[in-house]
Design a binder for this molecule. Structure first.
Ligand code: COA
Length: 203
């Protein structure tokens, strides 16, 4: 996660560049289902996933790195609503990573700025399913879609320097480490330095 400040895109001011990615791709089209390697599928979150989302955010690792808990299914439903709204507003995009019917993870863009051609990825894997390359497989699929089908130019990936498992995901999916943001993100145990990784669309 990051707190990188971004300039606000103001549609009422003359822009010398065309939008890199049209927001219509999100606001006017349905969120697609994407097929990943080895039987994994990325599909939009549905309200039936609320029990899995609550279990995920009861996990101490997810709480530590994503700085939130979800204690009731009602809160999980609200969270799923926010994830679905993010797509309709072209502000974020979240997928459930499923193996058959089972939710095994989450991947998506916690932030995206289509006009600037940039998005920031986020992910977690359900406790009990880690160490099976679920996050890298899902993220590889998301990257291919974002670059080839949507036309994003740059994807950022930001994690605490103390989260070595997340750094391994960044390395496994081809992100380049661009630097360390000092004391950049508050966690429940204080401020953490953050690794900024990025991947540029090769096209
Ligand atoms: C980080 C995370 C998404 C990785 O997902 P994953 O599907 O387990 O990914 P991988 O299988 O490629 O494992 C990545 C690394 O996790 C570590 N790992 C392996 N097995 C593990 C296990 N059973 N439990 C925890 N970590 C494990 C290893 O360091 C591995 O690196 P390696 O490729 O050098 O072996 C997952 O550990 C997770 O959900 N953590 C909690 C939430 C989080 O950190 N989100 C990211 C915030 S930026």
């Amino acid at each position: 996660m990051t707190n990188t400040a971004r300039p606000v895109h103001n549609p009422s001011m003359p822009n010398l560049l065309p939008d890199i990615v049209s927001a219509d791709l999100f606001t006017k089209l349905a969120q697609p289902t994407l097929t990943a390697e080895d039987g994994l599928t990325l599909r939009p979150w549905v309200h039936g996933d609320a029990p899995a989302v609550r279990i995920a955010y009861q996990d101490p690792e997810i709480q530590a790195w994503h700085c939130r808990s979800i204690d009731t299914e009602e809160e999980a439903h609200q969270f799923i609503d926010r994830w679905r709204t993010g797509w309709r507003e072209a502000a974020a995009a979240q997928w459930a990573v499923v193996d058959g019917e089972q939710v095994v993870g989450r991947v998506g863009f916690r932030y995206m700025a289509p006009a600037e051609g940039e998005a920031e990825v986020a992910y977690w894997t359900m406790p009990g399913h880690r160490g099976q390359r679920i996050a890298p497989r899902a993220l590889t699929t998301l990257i291919a879609w974002a670059f080839d089908d949507i036309g994003f130019h740059r994807l950022a990936l930001v994690h605490s320097v103390r989260n070595s498992a997340s750094c391994r995901v960044a390395q496994a999916t081809g992100f380049t480490l661009e630097g360390t943001q000092r004391s950049a993100c508050a966690h429940t145990d204080g401020w953490h330095d953050m690794h900024l990784h990025a991947l540029i669309n090769p096209r």
